[in-house]
Ligand binder design. Structure first.
Ligand code: A3P
Length: 309
């Protein structure tokens, strides 16, 4: 079953090969989105979830896949085989993603699934279809410190052949600071969900906390979802969702998305999975420039980000 589903996805991408290229970003309400998404935004905005659907929202590269796997395992009482029924993007559709046919869009996949569904989005708060809030859907937001998030996105833009070229590293830092990357400004994204977390009952998590004490964060997610699993199952989930295990698991490592979308030879999807890798990329001067700009952009909020643990 799992192999078939992975193969369907893989084959669809191979079939669409000639229509795939690095799509430009087009602004939707001042947020740059991949052109295919921007062109279909009305349909995305109109999506009406079921109250039992769960939304997992992140800025790209903040730990989405990791969280999706933890949630799926919690919902299946730690049953690893059940969570190998299909690759991540099929088990947990990416709401806004649109690709050339025959690759199914997020909305296509959702149409064929019964609620409760686990839905992924990178949309900033203000672009999330209002039905999620009207229907009081539970929402988990995962945030990652800006510098590591930027590094991860840089490598992802190198390997993802459908996003704009990242260009040289130094230029990319400035692009990120200006909010000119897909899904827009990291600063606005993390602040947007932070401001709404209490009113909308959003569970706001940090990648660094998950690295520091995965057990504590898995338990936090369990409680939020009103689930109860044994201590032994929690331990199993922590083990199954370690970076090493998810990198080796074909259902979580995005090997289902081949070139010409993801070129894993340029940089693997499961790249490093660490806190503080930014130190291997930023020069002291780049770091100072970034920090100055960060202070200014984040001066109106106090979100407890950590760039080391
Ligand atoms: P790096 O590029 O820093 O390695 P997303 O799923 O939102 O696209 O995020 C991908 C990032 O999360 C990548 O970061 C990836 O390696 C990391 N990641 C994925 N699974 C992980 C896990 N189980 N533990 C730690 N990091 C993980």
């Amino acid at each position: 079953m799992s192999d078939e589903k992975a193969m369907d996805y893989y084959t669809a991408i191979k079939k669409a090969e000639k229509q795939l290229h690095r799509f430009p970003l087009i602004s939707v309400r001042n947020v740059p989105l991949m052109s295919l998404i921007a062109d279909n935004f009305e349909n995305i905005w109109a999506f009406n979830p079921h109250p039992s659907d769960l939304l997992i929202a992140t800025y790209p590269k903040a730990g989405t896949t990791w969280t999706q796997e933890i949630v799926d395992l919690l919902q299946h009482n730690g049953d690893a085989e059940a969570c190998k029924r299909a690759p991540t993007p099929v088990r947990s559709p990416f709401l806004e993603i649109c690709s050339p046919k025959p690759i199914p869009s997020g909305l296509d996949l959702l149409k064929n699934m019964e609620p409760p569904r686990m839905i992924k989005t990178h949309l900033p708060f203000q672009l999330v279809p209002p039905g999620f809030w009207e229907n009081k859907c539970k929402t988990i937001y995962v945030a990652r410190n800006a510098k590591d998030n930027l590094v991860s996105y840089f490598h992802f833009d190198r390997m993802n052949q459908t996003q704009p070229e990242p260009g040289p590293w130094d230029d990319y830092i400035h692009k990120f600071m200006r909010g000119n990357t897909g899904w827009g400004s990291w600063y606005d994204h993390v602040k947007g969900y932070w401001a709404e977390r209490e009113k909308m009952n959003i569970l706001y998590l940090f990648y660094e906390d998950m690295k520091e004490n995965p057990r504590r964060e898995v338990e936090r997610i369990m409680r939020y979802l009103d689930l109860s699993v044994s201590d032994e199952v929690i331990s199993r989930i922590v083990e199954l969702t370690s970076f090493k295990n998810m990198k080796e698991n074909p259902m979580t490592n995005y090997s289902c998305v081949p070139a010409p979308v993801f070129n894993h030879e340029v940089s693997p999807f499961m790249r490093k999975g660490e806190v503080g890798d930014w130190r291997n990329h930023f020069t002291p001067e780049q770091s100072n420039i970034f920090d100055e700009d960060y202070k200014e952009k984040m001066k109106d909020v106090n979100i407890p980000f950590r760039d080391h643990i």
